[in-house]
Design a protein around this ligand. Structure first.
Ligand code: SF4
Ligand code: SF4
Length: 101
């Protein structure tokens, strides 16, 4: 595991990180995915994405704050069982109901 995308990317997903990754290891499953994920085996730990993210969503794994540790697991799960990762993400961070009356 190297770098991890966390909560601040959720439902934002503006993709500034994607263009600076030298190994193209930041992925979006499909349009419905609520955030992007870094492939834990492909990431070469360069740190470029962390500096580029305007929302400070990216940390190296050892620096992920305690309250955001679930994203370490969800990110890995996304590349093994994406449906389960999406389910877990929606369980822990339900979609906002803003605007829905
Ligand atoms: S730049 Fe930050 S907020 Fe934008 S997609 Fe990448 S991690 Fe998410
Ligand atoms: S740390 Fe470097 S290699 Fe890893 S996802 Fe970020 S930009 Fe890509």
């Amino acid at each position: 595991m190297a770098y991890v995308i966390t909560q601040a990317c959720l439902d934002v997903k503006e993709r500034a990180c994607v263009s600076v990754c030298p190994v193209d290891c930041i992925y979006e499953g499909d349009e419905s995915d609520r955030m992007l994920f870094i492939h834990p085996e492909q990431c070469i730990n360069c740190g470029a994405c962390e500096m580029e993210c305007p929302h400070f969503a990216i940390y190296s794994e050892e620096d992920v704050p305690e309250k955001l540790r679930a994203f370490v697991t969800i990110q890995r799960l996304f590349f093994e069982e994406p449906a389960k990762a999406r389910e877990e993400l929606n369980r822990l961070y339900p979609r906002s109901s803003c605007g829905v009356l």
